[in-house]
Design a protein around this ligand. Sequence first.
Ligand code: ZN
Length: 500
Amino acid sequence: MKFLADDNMEGRDTGSPGLQRASAYVVDQLKRAGFQPAGTDGFYQPIKFRTRELDEANSSMMLVQGEKQQKITLGDDAIFSMRVDLAPEVNAPVVFVGYGLRIPELSLDEYAGLDVKGKIIVMFNGSPSNVPGPLSAHYNSGGEKARLMRELGVVGFITLPNPAAMDLPWSRIASSRLHPAMAIDDEKLNDSRGIQFAAGWNPAKAEMLFEGTGHTFAEIAALGKDRKPLPHFDLGKSIHAKTHVNSHKVESSNVIGKLPGTDPKLKDQYVVLSAHMDHVGIGEPINGDKIYNGAMDNASGTAALIEVAKSLKGVKPKRSLLFVFVTAEEKGLLGSRYFAAYPTVSIRSIVADINTDMFLPIYPMKSLIVYGLNESTLGDEITTVAKRDDVATMDDPEPLQNHFIRSDQYNFIKGGVPSVALKNGYEKGSLEEAKVKEWSHTRYHAPSDDLQQPVDLSAAAEFERIVRGTMIEVANAPARPEWKADSFFKRYANEQAAGQ
Ligand SMILES: [Zn+2]
């Protein structure tokens, strides 16, 4: 972690020399651990990206209501989102669509009776309380939302953060808006194709959108805080946006190593451990520091996997072990998206993915959060392994934040692979929860996520023990993990099987 989060790595931005140095270090560690290359170019799997960089001085946004034109202050009122290819000019009416969800399984359709074709939809982040976490996560994912918008003929969207569930203060969201965004330079893998406009709105400035509608943002936020159903209505205004976006090509690589299994039948199957190596690079200085070191996010996860790899000398697992260190997670899970689309071993041969992203060893580990705990038998295996050390497993305590789809495991899930992501646990209302909240507010995606912060090494060691133990159990078990019969995500495994 000291090496990976050193200032010399310059925050490991995708495509940067700093991330290249960090990746070379990971390759070197894998070689020392006796791993074999399993990329497309030795240990590397190079990926071509293109950047999206907003030329803000030549971009503008207006809120138009009849004769009245209100200039939107970029950064303060709203920001353009670079997760889509912004059209140079967009002029379209805005309509409020609540959470913007259509969930056939629950007969929930927030678009029923609304005319959204050719319009910009305004969505409040989250979901009503009758929507279970995994469904909420899936239908709130960028890919699913974009697919629905294409189907509805929507021009673009504005997201309103839920003030009760923001893990980043607006100031930090606004200050990172000029970081270059990226897309995989492969139109097949462009999930937001066809969407022409995207913006995020400062919740403290959101009343201006609702003026004159008979509704207020305060009312919406109060309902959203308790995950109550939201109203849907025309906002009686339109957005007129002009943007200038620059782009250039960037290359960055995943790093993949394997330890071959020893069982003649099972060695063609793989247990994957994954972690992202990249972070957000150099940015807006905070307290005079401009290097966003990403020590917890995710030098810690990368280091944990390296430690597990180094501990495997002399271990002879039945199934093969595949360590996948991905790039461009911070750009929208792009490295894992690419790996799942172009896997270096057949995706069907991957029996499980255990992902580690920012597991926060900042207090002693009493429990372990398992995102996806109840979705597959992999959750049960982790529970068994953790119990040996008196560590209890628990499901996501923050279902509103969509953690299950917010890191690289999601691309494995969509490939049909039973997957989990793990994190140091905390109970609601506990001292540990307060520490996590405090950490998020002060250090998450800030330069202070660096090597000066306190680390609980006992928690890190416990975490590694559980990850390693689970991996060995899965590698040696007679049967591969399976999705639970009632898991929503089982459908991807079925699609995968049908496609073969
Ligand atoms: Zn991360």
